[in-house]
Design a protein around this ligand. Structure first.
Ligand code: AVI
Length: 325
């Protein structure tokens, strides 16, 4: 991780990033069930496509969470209390953050954390314009890895992790616990967590949300093949794969897959990988939680449930936790 005084990613970090991508691709495509970590979906085009997904009529989470934040911002702010330092792992477009920051009583500062330095700085700049008196201190780093944030140096009444968007749903439960535990450590004693959690609901709604009629999610998923072609010298033919969204009730999760439409051999990262017709690369899981089950998960990670705000259909929850010990 790099402090943002210099605000640029060094060559060393870029190199190790691409080495990690290569490693994940070789390992993931060599496995009996091919799979890749979802974080690689977010190159520049992937991130732009994700923003577009959020505007699709079928993709309810963004709109629903924004509605909850808008409707309950004052209550959330009151429960968080004055003088909070807000840190946001994987900071996104900033709209949700702005809603929270605007409602909070004299927040001590805002620390967005993201691996994409450029997007991070753009977001930070926009928030500085909206909140000229608020210290905004962006940090470049991969929040999915074991990094500790240097937050102790910043004085605050309370440190608050803000993790909206149901990004937690993209982690398998053991990884989710590890991530929440790191947030608890970063928040420290008396810290809080405000998190967006997408809730379990009917299969049709879920599958449509991850396979929209305009094909934006399909383009987002297939873009991973384009990325492997460009960055790892791959020869994936995009027309030989299709995007699929599948609901797995046993795991209460939607899975995104890239399905090979024919038997084929693909070369990428200097290695050859055979695909059977119908074989898939599992590119993302999105867990859909029951609110109580999520509370139990959070408790394992050191967070005590305090409050839950939801929409009228109970499709999405914004939850507040406090550090348990
Ligand atoms: C970022 N994350 C919470 C999104 C989700 O809903 O799981 C990513 C996404 N993938 C396809 N559509 C949206």
């Amino acid at each position: 991780m790099i402090g943002l005084e210099g605000a640029s990613i060094g060559v060393g970090q870029r190199t190790s990033e691409s080495a990690r991508f290569r490693e994940d691709v070789v390992r993931g495509l060599s496995a009996p069930r091919k799979a890749l970590p979802p974080k690689w979906l977010y190159d520049r085009r992937g991130s732009a496509l994700f923003e577009l997904i959020c505007e699709q009529p079928e993709y309810y989470p963004t709109r629903t969470e924004l509605g909850i934040l808008e409707g309950h911002a004052d209550e959330i702010a009151e429960a968080v209390g004055p003088g909070a330092l807000v840190f946001e792992p994987g900071a996104g477009s900033g709209r949700k953050t702005a809603l929270l920051l605007a409602a909070l009583d004299r927040p001590a500062g805002y620390v967005p954390v993201d691996i994409s330095g450029e997007a991070l700085l753009d977001g930070a700049e926009s928030l500085r314009r909206q909140f000229p008196r608020l210290p905004v201190l962006p940090l470049v780093g991969d929040f999915t890895g074991p990094m500790a944030l240097p937050l102790g140096e910043l004085p605050a009444r309370r440190r608050v992790a803000f993790f909206p968007g149901s990004t937690i749903g993209n982690f398998d439960p053991p990884e989710a616990v590890a991530l929440l535990r790191r947030m608890a450590r970063d928040a420290g004693p008396g810290g809080a967590l405000v998190i967006g959690v997408d809730l379990a609901k009917d299969e049709r709604t879920l599958v449509r949300a991850y396979d929209d009629a305009r094909g934006v999610t399909a383009a987002f998923d297939l873009n991973l093949l384009t990325r492997m072609n460009r960055e790892l010298g791959g020869d994936f033919r995009l027309s030989a794969f299709r995007h699929r969204a599948i609901f797995e009730p046993d795991y209460s999760r939607v899975e995104m897959h890239l399905e090979s439409l024919e038997p084929q051999i693909v070369t990428v990262a200097g290695e050859r990988f055979a695909f059977r017709a119908g074989e898939t690369i599992h590119t993302e899981s999105a867990y859909k939680w029951e609110t109580r089950a999520f509370d139990a998960l959070a408790l394992i990670a050191g967070w005590r449930p305090e409050r839950t705000w939801t929409d009228e259909r109970a499709w999405f929850a914004v939850k507040l936790y406090t550090a348990a010990r």
